[in-house]
Ligand binder design. Structure first.
Ligand SMILES: [Zn+2]
Ligand SMILES: [Zn+2]
Length: 401
């Protein structure tokens, strides 16, 4: 593999940006990040950022599909199609995310993701960091756009087979479900980032869940409890909800869907202010309609997932309820930065290093740092994806981006 030298732009590091940067790579690894032109080897292939940005590749811990495919379709081709599509938008590592569905459908998705992970090459697009076991263990009143018939409470017999596949790295369960405590402890023992989502749990249920290992909550403000929803469920005195719990506990991280359709700029900024960039992830929560024409699609398995409509900007489950995003990570980064004024280093950290840290992969990926994988993007001054490098190999992207 040739030496690569990224130059002619500003490098984005987790805590600052570096003008006139030089980023060197060899054998798929980053070997130098700084400003010294004398370090550039004569043999290096020069990648000119042309006044744009040199960014770490994005890491997405919550993503359902893209390019017409959903990971829950359960085939190797569906996994490849989704990973190639997201690489076009700057994602270099992702965590295929299960929806509600039958145990057979979830097992097929885990198997296809594992096979894709083991046989990965750079033309397959984004690499698979692990699976996010998300559905089916949701609360009945917080299923959102997922098919309701595929929802249930956790049983050891069912989830043991999922965890034993070895590919589950993020694990979600609603805290108020019977069996949640055992699920959390099992997931923690397996080394997962343990998370609570699609839940109407109270402060005290969250506190118990924290003691059993949860450290993260899925898509903040979406399909989660609030003080009024807890009052409806448990009466007075009013009690804290997931929202207050996450904001008050500095160990807890969360994620936002920054597509401009789910949350307003003031909420995006508020989440960043209160949680800080080291505890807030950007996720796409993207469905199969990414890079597809507006129309009707299935959320989850092609075979029997619930229907939603994409208008090209977002998915709609019904006239007034959203069905996840149809945008890639570069869009989230642009919107987060341009609509809120949050510094770019923080925004990119939330799309790369923070998710990598939360899943325990920050020694390998997530920032431009000597020794890490050469997952590198060249972005235009307006943050459009110009080039994508996966472990030091160029991934062909289409010109219209
Ligand atoms: Zn969700
Ligand atoms: Zn989702």
């Amino acid at each position: 593999m040739p030496n690569l030298c990224f130059t002619g732009g500003t490098a984005i590091l987790p805590d600052r940006t570096v003008d006139q940067a030089v980023v060197l790579c060899r054998d798929g690894k980053i070997t130098y990040v700084g400003q010294s032109k004398s370090r550039i080897p004569k043999s290096a292939e020069i990648i000119d950022a042309k006044g744009g940005w040199i960014s770490p590749g994005f890491v997405d811990i919550h993503v359902h599909g893209g390019g017409g495919s959903d990971f829950m379709d359960g085939s190797l081709e569906a996994v490849h199609q989704s990973c190639r599509t997201h690489a076009q938008h700057g994602t270099t590592t992702l965590f295929p995310t299960t929806t509600t569905g039958s145990p057979e459908q979830i097992k097929a998705m885990l198997d296809a993701s594992k096979l894709a992970q083991q046989t990965w090459n750079s033309q397959n697009g984004a690499a698979i960091g692990g699976v996010h076991l998300y559905g089916p263990f949701f609360a009945k009143d917080k299923v959102g756009c997922h098919s309701e018939s595929g929802r249930r409470s956790p049983t050891t017999k069912e989830y043991r087979t999922y965890f034993n596949s070895g590919i589950v790295k993020v694990a979600t369960c609603a805290a108020e479900l019977q069996g949640a405590a055992e699920f959390y402890r099992y997931a923690r023992r397996k080394g997962c980032l343990v998370t609570c989502g699609h839940s109407n749990s109270s402060w005290s249920e969250m506190d118990a869940a924290f003691k059993n290992g949860i450290r993260h909550v899925d898509h903040f403000w979406c399909a989660m409890s609030t003080v009024p929803s807890i009052r409806k469920r448990l009466g007075v005195p009013m009690q804290g909800s997931m929202l207050e719990y996450v904001l008050s506990n500095p160990e807890m991280s969360t994620e936002v869907i920054a597509d401009g359709m789910h949350l307003s700029p003031e909420l995006l900024r508020f989440a960043w202010q209160l949680k800080t960039a080291s505890r807030l992830c950007l996720v796409t929560d993207c469905n199969r309609a990414l890079d597809m024409p507006p129309g009707k699609y299935r959320f989850g398995p092609q075979q029997n997932g619930s229907w939603f409509t994409s208008d090209g900007k977002v998915g709609w489950a019904s006239k007034d309820s959203l069905a996840s995003s149809v945008s890639g990570m570069a869009h989230m980064v642009r919107h987060m930065h341009h609509s809120t004024g949050i510094p770019l280093a923080d925004v990119v950290r939330m799309a790369s290093l923070t998710p990598a840290e939360r899943v325990g992969m920050d020694a390998q990926i997530g920032s431009l740092k000597q020794g890490k994988q050469a997952d590198i993007l060249v972005l235009s001054p307006r943050l459009k994806v110009r080039s994508v490098f996966l472990k030091g190999s160029r991934f062909q992207i289409s010109a219209h981006r």
